[in-house]
Structure formats: C-alpha cells, structure tokens
Design a protein around this ligand. Structure first.
Ligand code: FHN
Length: 414
C-alpha cells in the first residue's frame, strides 16, 4: 500500500469543519442515490463492465435517457419522510457520465441527452428548501476517458490531464450548487498502488469550501485530509461485506453504506428487498457503533424511486418519528454489539435497543460500569427492575416482545 502519510500535507481541520463533522454525526441517517444512464438498462450501475458493452455502444445510452417524471421535491419528500437528514447522489459514476451540467466534458446530461435539465441543481434547490444536506458522490475510476486509461498505464501527461479534469469538475460541484456537505470519492481500488494526487484534490476542496467534509470509500485506513471514514455494506469494523479487511475504526466520523436490495443502480431483477425490520436494525446497530447509515436507492430511468423502496422508507420513517430520540444526536461505542442488540447514548441517557429478544428472561449488559440511577420503558411510564454487578447490568423487563422491531429501554446515569 502507498504510504499516503508521507505524500499528504499535514491537515488541521478548521473550526467550521469540526462543527460540520459533529452535525454530520448527529444526522445519523442519509439517502444514497445511484442514478445514471445505466438505469435505462435496468441491470445495475456496473452493466457496462459486467455485460462487456463496448464504449461506443454504451455511449448511445444517453439518447434513451429522458427521465421526465424526475421530481426533486418528491425525492426530498421521500427522504425526509424516511427520517433521513442528508442525500448523497452520484454526480459521476465509473461509467464516466456526468449527471450535472459541466463544462469539462460533453459526456453529460445537458449535452448528451434530450432531458436538458440539471438534476443536481434541482435537487440542490429542493434540499435547501427542506433543510436537507446535499453531498456529491464522485468516481475516481473512469471507464471511458483516454487520459484515465493512459494515465493508468503510466503516461504521466495523460494522468495530469485526468487530475486537471477532476479538479475542474470538483470546482464546478463546489461552486454551482450552494453549500455541499461532503464529497464522497469512490473507485480508488482500481489503482491501489497509484498516487491519486489526493494532496491536490483534497486541498482544492478544503480551500474552496473548508466545511465540506471529504469521504473516500477506498477501503483502507483514512488518509490525511479526510473527514469521514466509510464502510461499504458493513458496520464499522466488522468486515462482513468483505471490503474492509484489516481496516480499523479511526477517530473520524463513521458512515456505513448499504443497499435496500442487492445492487446500487436500478436493477429490474433485483427483488430480494430487505425488510423494514432488517434496515431499522442496521440503522440502530450503526448508531450503536457510533456510525451513520447511508441507505441507497437506485431511481428508475423515468426518474422515480421504485414503489417497493418508497413503502419501506415510509415505514422506516414511521419508526423514526416514534423512536428518533434514541438515534439522532446520539453517540455509540458504549458497549460491543450484543446478540440482543446495542446501546446509544445522549447526555445522561443510555438507550438500550433490544433488537432480538434473548432466550433468558433478562438482558445482560456487559462492560457497563457507569452508575445507573433508573431504568424505564421508552415512554418512561414503566419502571424496569435492574441489578448492577461487577461484570455489568441485568435488566428484568416484565416481558419482551420479539415481534417488535426494537424494544427500547431508557437508562439514566448519574
Ligand atoms: O463500484 C462501486 C459501486 O458501484 C457503488 O458505487 C459502491 C457504493 O459504495 N462503491 C463501489 C464499490 O466499492
């Protein structure tokens, strides 16, 4: 692995950046959107690569992309109703197609489709109106550009051109769309051993917009200059998705990203939808590990989010409306995730989330040494018996409903 510590200048985040990190951690739940011309084929965002479609053929796709039902207000409404506080959308994915109005290439939504609207602009306006933070995903890897291809083979000049191209686009993304919460890089793994010129990319971003957070889904330890550590299809530190072997949790704000079925981009055959219960559990466990959940939708080629996703998101939102107090603004890392669930914390309150009822008639919370004042049901109406011992705490609720998504108890600490 490249030793980025030596390549990168020392990075001291500004006060505003540190505040933005805190606000990011408080938000807990965001909507990831993978949308591009690939949606026309309904076979995920990797369709060009996986179906071995030649570039010239793939480049005909934008002509079929005319998402006339796209309504940014509707997307923001869906995200908000789900309890999501921010949106991270693909501005350009690996297929190289820019989903925004850019002067750096003609291979973009304005020049290459008949749609002639800038969805990122419309989304930025809709987000601003509704108080939702907007973030941009940006692919480092590119399947179409010659400068990328030649640069990868060692042509320094071509690589320089590619870096210039990325800088021009990042400048547009950070100047034409109002305040952007985060630039979310992806695709690093395609050139694991290369110098990606992060010193130039990161300093450009932080110079243009110091409060914009930088995330890079590179599946390695954070590189100096980054503000968020990401985990793909994984809870922080677990490596169940297989992407982050050996990656340790850093002190940066953490974010897990996940799909609602299997793929990120719209896929007609992808019908193994995760249930509301599974997704709420993921959100709660992420919070318990001090991380956010960035949950993905892949809108259809007509511009709408598919109804199966919309209804699950609505149910998640109903849950969040009732129990959001135990998620938003909390911090995790209080205990290791247990078979029964986890804990989130806000000031003097610990929220015990029982996701899967234990077979024993009690809940044992190990490693918790804080002095407990009282334990109650989530609504505070019922006092819960408890016993604090050297090894942890026993809770004795009268009953535990395994059918419920999450039985929450509140513990007040001294
Ligand atoms: O290849 C991409 C994939 O299409 C998707 O964008 C995900 C999102 O985390 N990231 C990459 C794989 O690491």
């Amino acid at each position: 692995q490249v030793k980025y510590e030596y390549l990168m200048p020392e990075y001291t985040p500004t006060e505003g950046n540190l505040q933005a990190r805190k606000e990011f951690q408080d938000m807990k739940f965001g909507m990831f959107i993978h949308w591009g011309v690939y949606s026309v084929l309904g076979d995920g965002e990797w369709v060009m690569y996986q179906q071995k479609i030649k570039l010239d053929t793939y480049k005909k796709l934008p002509k079929f992309f005319d998402p006339e039902d796209f309504d940014a207000d509707e997307w923001v409404k869906i995200a908000k109703a789900a309890g999501m506080k921010y949106i991270t959308i693909t501005s350009r994915h690996h297929d190289s197609f820019s989903m925004f109005d850019t002067d750096a290439t003609d291979y973009d939504i304005i020049d290459a489709t008949r749609f002639d609207r800038d969805p990122l602009k419309e989304l930025a306006e809709a987000c601003k109106k509704e108080g939702i933070k907007l973030n941009f995903y940006y692919s480092l890897l590119d399947w179409a550009r010659d400068d990328y291809k030649n640069g990868k083979k060692g042509d320094e000049e071509a690589w320089g051109d590619y870096v210039k191209f990325m800088k021009a686009q990042l400048t547009e993304l950070l100047t034409n769309y109002g305040e952007i919460g985060c630039i979310w890089f992806d695709g690093h793994w395609d050139r694991k051993k290369a110098n990606w010129n992060y010193d130039e990319l990161y300093s450009l971003i932080h110079e243009l917009s110091p409060n914009t957070l930088i995330a890079n889904n590179h599946h390695i330890q954070p590189i100096p200059g980054e503000d968020i550590q990401t985990f793909e299809r994984d809870l922080p530190g677990e490596n169940k998705g297989g992407y982050s072997a050996g990656v340790e949790i850093s002190p940066l704000p953490l974010e897990s990203c996940a799909t609602m079925a299997k793929t990120w981009g719209f896929d007609l055959n992808d019908t193994k939808f995760k249930t509301t219960k599974q997704l709420v559990h993921f959100l709660v466990k992420a919070a318990g590990k001090n991380g956010n959940l960035l949950l993905n939708v892949g809108p259809m080629p007509n511009g709408e989010i598919q109804p199966e996703f919309v209804s699950t998101l609505k149910e998640m939102g109903e849950w969040a409306t009732k129990y959001g107090e135990s998620i938003y603004g909390t911090r995790g890392g209080v205990i290791k995730t247990q078979d029964w669930g986890t804990i989130t914390k806000k000031e003097n309150t610990l929220y015990v989330h029982v996701l899967d009822a234990p077979t024993e008639p009690y809940i044992f919370i190990p490693e918790l040494m804080e002095k407990i004042k009282s334990v109650s049901s989530f609504d505070g109406a019922t006092k819960i018996k408890f016993k604090q011992v050297k090894e942890g705490i026993f809770l004795y609720p009268a009953s535990l409903d395994d059918e419920s998504i999450d039985t929450i108890f509140k513990m007040e600490i001294r």
